[in-house]
Design a protein around this ligand. Sequence first.
Ligand SMILES: Cc1cc2nc3c(=O)[nH]c(=O)nc-3n(C[C@H](O)[C@H](O)[C@H](O)COP(=O)(O)OP(=O)(O)OC[C@H]3O[C@@H](n4cnc5c(N)ncnc54)[C@H](O)[C@@H]3O)c2cc1C
Length: 445
Amino acid sequence: MKPQRILVVGAGHVGLYAALRLSKKLRSWEAEVIVVDPQPHMTYQPFLPEAAAGNISPRHTVVPLRRELRRCTVVAGSVTRIEHARRTATVQPIIGPAREIRYDHVIVAPGSVSRTLPIPGLKEHGIGFKTIGEAIYLRNHVLDRLDVAAATPDPDVRRCALTFVFVGGGYAGIEALAEMEDMARDALRYYPELRPEEMHWVLVEATQRVLPEVDRDMGAYTVAQLLKRGLDIRLDTRLESCVDGLVRLSDGDSFRADTIVWTAGVKPSPMLEHTDLPRDDRGRITCLPTLQVVRDGTVVEGAWSAGDCAAVPDLTKPPGNYCSPSAQHAVRQAVRMADNIRAVIRGRTPVEYRHRHAGSVASLGLHKGVAQVYGIKLKGFPAWVMHRTYHMSRIPSLNRKVRVVVDWTLAFFLRREVVALGQLHDPREEFVEASSAVPARTGER
Ligand SMILES: Cc1cc2nc3c(=O)[nH]c(=O)nc-3n(C[C@H](O)[C@H](O)[C@H](O)COP(=O)(O)OP(=O)(O)OC[C@H]3O[C@@H](n4cnc5c(N)ncnc54)[C@H](O)[C@@H]3O)c2cc1C
């Protein structure tokens, strides 16, 4: 029998876990697994806030694909089109012409992208918080703004440099805001020119609460903690524009800010528009609880999806509810999907995915947190310990777990690093400048 070819589109939480399981559970004569992702690593996104805050080395929050997926074929590139009717995907490698890959089964898991709005100035001045590149950039940028503020004699430049705006109060936004503020406050001990009260950290949230993933009282506790730290929390407020860094809010306030971070939700990968797979009104691939793609009640044979880009019914809730876009669902769906693909290949019936969302844990900076897991509510230090323990247990591979724990231990004894490496973002600048200063040698002897 010819091995079935399984193509995995995207090696994030879903793709990595599914590929790992398939390659372990299926024999080589049963299936070959091909994984396509433009990045050479899976990013453990729940650790991005800690990476941005300098508690974990950014390298240790990502998992190298080639090391973990030794039994799979890893292709560095992006899938640009899926024609499932022909069982063919078009792959654009990072270099060279596009090529087609044929498959028997496809796992569509390209995840999501930031859900932005056409707000004037946002495209030019905003930054998202979904990738390791954004986390590294934000860390260097915030520390760099402290250097700018400490060096300038101009009070307006100083105020603008020290104003940091985060839009969106879900766990990504709250954790990013709280961790970055905590890091900047920590860094100020080395800046005698600056006072903590001069920093202006603003959260802009369109609804009346933060952290919709936990109960209202836990959201209210989080707001109270952030207010106690002097953060400016604007609920029921929208960002209206930020042209040239001038932030205008729907409550009528306006001020200048050098830093505008957009964390107001996600939408499915736009690549899905170039597929012939069925999608719902929010652009997600429609799935059965078995993670099989479904069109008008009929299974689309050989097509599977899960994670942020998929509408998977949540069987623990009344009909019409779907699993939330979270790592918690993504990794569990990946394992169920891999087992279902194995079942189908071996002529058995797939099993439905069912998982009651356990709750959420969020870090609010060093030794501070909020958690609600299986109905148990924790605040402050115990919640922070739970956040670290939970995510340490979840990041894939022993190698990463050990590195993360070593990072935390070093930061505990030696304090975290608070130096900006802004040169990372333009490493050739100095060399180009030096080269430009040398006179041309044409005809010289
Ligand atoms: C800052 C932050 C904090 C978070 N914290 C938590 C938390 O505490 N708890 C929790 O449960 N969830 C958390 N999440 C959400 C969680 O990380 C996501 O729900 C989860 O990553 C979704 O998994 P996925 O596999 O669908 O997508 P991803 O993990 O995003 O993976 C998608 C992969 O597809 C690749 N890809 C994209 N387009 C293509 C293409 N065209 N071709 C090939 N490959 C492609 C990408 O490079 C990526 O590797 C957080 C998210 C963020 C941003």
